[in-house]
Each structure stands twice: as structure tokens, then as C-alpha cells.
Design a protein around this ligand. Structure first.
Ligand SMILES: C[S@@+](CC[C@H](N)C(=O)[O-])C[C@H]1O[C@@H](n2cnc3c(N)ncnc32)[C@H](O)[C@@H]1O
Length: 233
């Protein structure tokens, strides 16, 4: 084989390898955004449980939940945050709602929270964040983790969240910018999708006020928190 041919086949192999890696990254990104009942979906659910517990529990803690609140988690995944929020609702009036459009995550969270769902303390909706079966002005606190980057239309979703929140209600978003930058560099997540400033602008456009971001640390995990308050009417 000539040197030219050798270089060409090395180049071909490299291109094939890159194409394969790109396809894997897209497949993983798709499962993170909408986990399906499959081996890969199951692996993604394990990753969510092991990697995101601190972010889920911190979002609950930072939401300042009162015992009689109605609390909504968006994109709850396996259900760790719903479980942590339900523990704080000691009054019979306290209620947790979960919204996720993955059938697999809806079922997994339903299994985890079986007792709370049958007692009526927790309600799970298999639904898109942009069209929730929830009455206007009924939710006191909203929280979500690792989620907004998968919403196809930020403006539509944030307007819908604002609709269901009581005026003055608080929404807390937790995210880890370092993990997002890594996922983005590997082609798992498009860079323009997770820019926190784009999300914060969409919140303001939808009518939220006091939209701010700060850094937090819990159990040696460094992460970011975005706060937003539903405007008074
Ligand atoms: C990366 S997972 C995060 C799960 C969990 N919050 C965590 O941090 O472990 C994103 C979740 O959001 C859900 N999701 C994404 N876009 C959604 C949408 N438009 N409406 C409802 N759920 C959505 C997915 O099905 C998935 O369960």
C-alpha cells in the first residue's frame, strides 16, 4: 500500500469513529430528554438517580416549602425530588404534583411513590410542560433540575408555568453548568439549548420577576440555582 493510501484509510477510520461517537452522543442526549423503556433508558435512569440526587434535594430545600403548599416538579425523572418534597408537606392540605412526558419516567416515579399516589398526596401527570392539566393560579412552589434544555419552546413552557403559579409563588431551577459544558463539548447537548441567560430572559418575558442566578455547594457538589417569582397581578 502506498503512503497516500495509508493516510487515506487512517483518515477514513478517524471519520467513521467520529461519526459513531456523534451518533452515540445524539442517542444519549435523546434518552436524557425523554428516557424510554430500553437498556439505554434504564442506564440513563440510574445515572439520573446517582448523579442528580443532590440537585433534586437542594432544589426542594431552596424552594422554602411550607407544610400546606401545592408544589410542582417539572421533568421529575425517577422521582427523587417528588419524594423529598412530599416529606415536607405535613399538613393535610399539602400536595405534590409531578409532570413528565416520558412514559417510562412517569411509571418509574409512580412505582417509587406508590403509597403517596394512592393516598392522593402526590399526583403525577404524563404531560408536556408546555400544556399542563393544571388549573390557573393554583401552585405555590415550582422546582426542576436538568430540565429546561430539553423544552422545545422555552417561551411557551415558561408562559405555561407562570399560568399555573399563584402570584408571588417561587420557582427554583437547579443545574450544573460544568456538566452541561462537558455534555455540550461531547455533542450530547446543543450549546444554545442550555445557556442560562436565554432561559432567564424567557422567564422575564413570560412575566416572572426577580430572576436571579447564584452558585451553591452541597455535599461537595458545586451547582447553580436560578430563582424566579411569579408576578403579582
Ligand atoms: C435529564 S432528565 C432530568 C430528570 C430529573 N429532574 C433529574 O435531574 O434527575 C429530564 C427529564 O425531563 C423530562 N422532560 C423533558 N422535556 C419535557 C417536557 N417538554 N415536558 C415534560 N417533561 C419533559 C424528561 O422526560 C426527563 O424525565
Amino acid at each position: 500500500m502506498t503512503n497516500d493510501n495509508n493516510t487515506k484509510s487512517k483518515g477514513d477510520r478517524k471519520n467513521k469513529q467520529q461519526t459513531k461517537e456523534g451518533m452515540w452522543a445524539k442517542t444519549i442526549g435523546k434518552q436524557l430528554g425523554n428516557p424510554e423503556r430500553s437498556v439505554l433508558g434504564w442506564l440513563v435512569s440510574k445515572l439520573l438517580i446517582n448523579h442528580n440526587q443532590v440537585l433534586e434535594e437542594s432544589a426542594v430545600q431552596l424552594s422554602g416549602i411550607h407544610p400546606g403548599d401545592t408544589v410542582l416538579e417539572l421533568g421529575h425523572g425517577p422521582g427523587l425530588g417528588l419524594q423529598a418534597a412530599a416529606k415536607l408537606l405535613s399538613s393535610p392540605l399539602g400536595h405534590v404534583i409531578g409532570v413528565d412526558y416520558s412514559e417510562y419516567m412517569h411509571q418509574m416515579a409512580g412505582e417509587r411513590l406508590k403509597g403517596l399516589v394512592s393516598s392522593g398526596k402526590v399526583t403525577l401527570h404524563l404531560s408536556d410542560v408546555a400544556a399542563m392539566p393544571i388549573t390557573d393560579n393554583t401552585v405555590d412552589k415550582v422546582f426542576h433540575c436538568n430540565c429546561y434544555y430539553f423544552w422545545p419552546n422555552l417561551r411557551k413552557a415558561t408562559t405555561e408555568i407562570h399560568r399555573v403559579m399563584k402570584p408571588g409563588g417561587l420557582m427554583v431551577t437547579t443545574l450544573r453548568l460544568s456538566s452541561l459544558a462537558l455534555a455540550s463539548s461531547r455533542g450530547i447537548l446543543a450549546a444554545e439549548k442550555w445557556n442560562p441567560h436565554t432561559y432567564m430572559s424567557a422567564l422575564t418575558d413570560a412575566g416572572f420577576i426577580d430572576v436571579t442566578m447564584d452558585d451553591q455547594r452541597s455535599r461537595n457538589v458545586h451547582f447553580q440555582v436560578i430563582y424566579a417569582t411569579a408576578a403579582q397581578e
